[in-house]
Structures are given as structure tokens and as C-alpha cells.
Design a protein around this ligand. Structure first.
Ligand SMILES: Nc1nc2c(ncn2[C@@H]2O[C@H](COP(=O)(O)OP(=O)(O)O)[C@@H](O)[C@H]2O)c(=O)[nH]1
Ligand SMILES: Nc1ncnc2c1ncn2[C@@H]1O[C@H](COP(=O)(O)OP(=O)(O)O)[C@@H](O)[C@H]1O
Length: 399
């Protein structure tokens, strides 16, 4: 993009004389952003920010299918179009971890869902400063030791790792707790949530439905922890195809006999289920070791050795490794601020309107955005101006 002049994006009014479509007069809490033939109206009076689209080619309003968790309504917001495919929404009067959102209007994710749904689709994604450590996807046949290895890692590094608690339609085992090992759910409820776009991936495994909700992964990242997913090969393939960048590790048993021994010794399944899991194990191992989905394969023969190798793969090779949590950063914005854009920088002026423009300025660099819907949009870089005289080079990082 060239040297576009800074322009104010606040106080945009609905264009072409059309009503705001939300059935109420605009109270300055709504913005319009035009992308090609379409104008996106963001605002409304519901609990969450609403979206309506005016299509100039047909002269009609339409209500899109909205994917992702919507931002809560706020005192007002600014909207800035980025890359012609998403609208940056900066909320006024909200908490530091809740003020930056993106409404995706023409990203790959939205285009894919447009095709699937056969209707206009938009998707919300919350903005996050910096990058999260890559999640770790662990797959392998039932009984190979995935749970055992993950428990060891979480026990040794409780502040560093968090487990993505999946949803499943299978019944809980004796020692399993709802919300800890799985969210145990009805098939009809889970199917509806899948339809509503709440799942990053899902699969039918050993006759039950299993799935990773977007919320499950983001809750771990929001707590400043690295997410671990224990999912089957089909799920790993879906995550590979998603916008989530992860490390994929496949765990192999030393032999089928040993796998059977472990499954039987665990004593959590009836004979019929054990046989089903052993039958499925062959196909899983074949796919896991030949499909190109996985970055690494670990053989879980000796547990301690396998655990040490796992630690190496995730960057914990024994020296100077401490159990640290990275606290997620937010932006503390005053309720009143104005927003403008210069190239890939969003300038948020937090001073009173009569103050010098750069006296209290937050600069948000949006040139390195990553991921996005259905999860968070990462890679925001945020700086403050210390003083007017500092100029753009005199910025200091917000942290
Ligand atoms: N695709 C997918 N697979 C999952 C998910 N959660 C668990 N699984 C897989 O489902 C399979 C069965 O899990 P489970 O019933 O707990 O049995 P276990 O593997 O024998 O402990 C395993 O391969 C898990 O990795 C999920 O959210 N998505
Ligand atoms: N390397 C190993 N050697 C022997 N037994 C193991 C090993 N790893 C795990 N186990 C045991 O095998 C059983 C299955 O392990 P588990 O972690 O539940 O597997 P998964 O989660 O892959 O289904 C458990 O009883 C566990 O204690």
C-alpha cells in the first residue's frame, strides 16, 4: 500500500441515505465500512455487536451468517478496513483484553464457509498482541500412552502447558471428570454446535463423536499457556488444514502386542471396545506414519525415554528450563479516543481532542497478522509515543 494520508475513521455515518437497518436511529455507535460493492454496518442494540450488509449491486440489505464469538456491545467503536478482507474494530470503554476485534469479510476462512453455507458469511476473531507458542497436537492409537505423556508434561510444567478439553459423546470412565478430561455431551447438542461453527475440528472415533472447540484452545492461550491437543489422526488432519499453526506429534507403540497389553491392563474398556480400538489402531498407525500430517513420530517403548524425547521436541531439553507462564498482554485504552490509519499502522489518539495529535498516541502495527477466525488474530504489535518530541522512532513497547 502507498503513502495513504491519515484519515479519521470515527463518526462515519450511514451512506446513501439508507437507514441503519437495526431499526433504530444511529447513536454514533455504528460504523459503516465499504468493501467492493458491499457496505458492512457494525453496531446495533443487542448484547453483542451486530452486522448487516448493504449490497449496492442489488440495492438490498442482508443479514449475514455470523461465525465466531461476537464481541460484546460497547460505548462505541471505530472500524478500519485492512487488506480488503477484514475490518479492524477498536472498542471504546472495554477491558484491555477485549478492545481489539476483527470482522473477517473476505478471508479464506470466510470464503470457504460462504461456499459451504451458500449464503453471505462473516466471522469474528479477537485480536491478540504478539504470538502464542505453537500448540502441540498429539495423536496415536488408543492405549499407546498419549494421556500418560501429556499428564507428565503438565505435572512437570503446570504453568507452561494447558490441556485443550475436548467434547465427546462417549460416556465418562470411572475416574474421569466432566470439564477436566472431556466435556461430556449429547450428540444432538454437539452436532448443533459443530453446525454453528464452534469447533476447530471434530471426528467420529471408535463410534463416538469427539471434537475440539475453538473456545477450548483459546482459553489455554488466553491464560498464557501453550495448548496441548490429544486428538485422533482425522482431527490432526483438520487442524493441519486450519489456520492454527501447531507442532504435530504421532505416538507409536513398540508393537501391536504391547498395545493390546496396555489397553487390557488399563481396564477402562469392555472387550468389544478393546477389539474395536485394536482394529482401528492398525489404520491409525498406517495413516500416522505415512500421511505427512505429522512433523515427528515418537515410539513409546520405555516411558521415561519417550517422555525425554517429547520434551526435546517441544523445546525443553533440560538446560535452564523453568516452568513459566507468559501473561497475555492487552491494551489499556481510555473510553474516549480517536483512530486513524497510515499504511500498516493504526494510530490511536488517547488525548483530549484539543491536545497535540501525538501527545498521547498508541501505535498498532498490523503488518504481521497471523491466524484469525475461527481462533484469535495474532501478531499485533503495539507501541506508545513517550512524548511529542520522540517522533515515530522514539516509541516504546507496551508490555
Ligand atoms: N478428532 C478428535 N479426536 C479426539 C478428540 N479428543 C480425543 N480424541 C481422540 O479420540 C480417541 C479416543 O479417545 P478416548 O476415548 O479418550 O480413548 P483413549 O485414547 O483410549 O484414551 C483418541 O484417539 C483421542 O486422541 C478431539 O477433540 N478430536
Ligand atoms: N511406555 C509405557 N510402558 C508401559 N505402559 C505404559 C507406557 N505408557 C503408557 N503406559 C500405560 O498404558 C496404558 C495406556 O496409556 P494411556 O496414557 O491411557 O494411553 P492413551 O491415552 O494413548 O489411550 C496406561 O495404563 C498407562 O499407564
Amino acid at each position: 500500500m502507498g503513502e495513504a494520508p491519515a484519515f479519521m475513521v470515527d463518526d462515519l455515518h450511514t451512506e446513501n441515505g439508507f437507514t441503519n437497518g437495526f431499526g433504530l436511529k444511529s447513536k454514533g455507535c455504528e460504523t459503516t465500512t465499504t468493501v467492493g460493492d458491499k457496505t458492512f454496518l457494525i453496531g446495533g442494540t443487542n448484547e453483542a455487536l451486530g452486522v448487516k450488509i448493504y449490497d449496492k449491486s442489488t440495492g438490498k440489505w442482508l443479514i449475514p451468517t455470523v461465525l465466531g464469538k461476537e464481541p460484546k456491545r460497547c460505548k462505541g467503536h471505530s472500524a478500519v478496513l485492512l487488506n480488503e478482507d477484514r475490518i479492524l474494530v477498536i472498542k471504546k470503554g472495554s477491558t484491555p483484553d477485549d478492545c481489539i476485534w476483527f470482522l473477517e469479510v473476505d478471508t479464506q476462512y470466510v470464503r470457504d464457509h460462504n461456499k459451504k453455507v451458500g449464503a453471505e458469511v462473516v466471522a469474528w476473531s479477537k485480536g491478540v498482541i504478539g504470538y502464542a507458542e505453537k500448540p502441540i497436537v498429539i495423536s496415536g492409537p488408543s492405549g499407546v500412552g498419549k494421556g500418560t505423556l501429556i499428564s507428565k508434561l503438565m505435572k512437570e510444567f503446570p504453568s507452561m502447558f494447558g490441556f485443550s478439553v475436548s467434547h465427546t459423546t462417549r460416556a465418562p470412565r470411572v475416574m474421569e471428570k466432566d470439564g477436566v478430561h472431556y466435556h461430556y455431551t449429547e450428540r444432538s447438542v454437539m452436532e448443533k454446535d459443530i453446525k454453528d461453527g464452534k469447533f476447530l475440528e471434530f471426528a467420529s472415533v471408535h463410534g463416538n463423536l469427539y471434537g475440539t472447540s475453538i473456545e477450548a484452545v483459546e482459553m489455554v492461550a488466553d491464560a498464557g499457556k501453550r495448548c496441548i491437543l490429544d486428538i485422533d489422526v482425522q482431527g490432526a488432519r483438520s487442524v493441519r488444514a486450519s489456520s492454527l499453526e501447531a507442532i504435530f506429534i504421532f505416538i507409536c507403540p513398540p508393537s501391536m502386542q504391547e498395545l493390546e497389553k496396555r489397553l487390557r491392563a488399563r481396564g477402562t474398556e469392555l472387550e468389544e471396545q478393546i477389539l474395536k480400538r485394536l482394529r482401528n489402531a492398525k489404520a491409525e498407525i498406517e495413516q500416522g506414519t505415512s500421511s505427512g500430517i505429522f512433523d515427528h513420530t515418537l515410539y513409546n517403548d520405555n516411558l521415561e525415554e519417550c517422555y525425554e524425547n517429547l520434551k526435546k521436541l517441544v523445546g525443553l531439553d533440560g538446560t535452564n528450563v523453568s516452568d513459566q507462564q507468559t501473561s497475555p498482554k492487552g491494551i489499556d485504552l481510555p473510553a474516549e479516543h480517536s483512530v486513524s490509519k497510515v499504511d500498516n499502522k493504526i494510530l490511536i489518539n488517547c488525548g483530549a481532542p484539543e491536545q497535540e495529535e501525538t501527545s498521547n498516541l498508541i501505535v498498532m502495527d498490523v503488518s504481521s497478522l497471523k491466524e484469525g477466525a475461527p481462533g484469535r488474530t495474532r501478531g499485533l504489535d503495539v507501541y506508545t509515543f513517550d512524548s511529542f518530541s520522540n517522533g515515530l522512532n522514539g516509541v516504546s513497547k507496551l508490555s
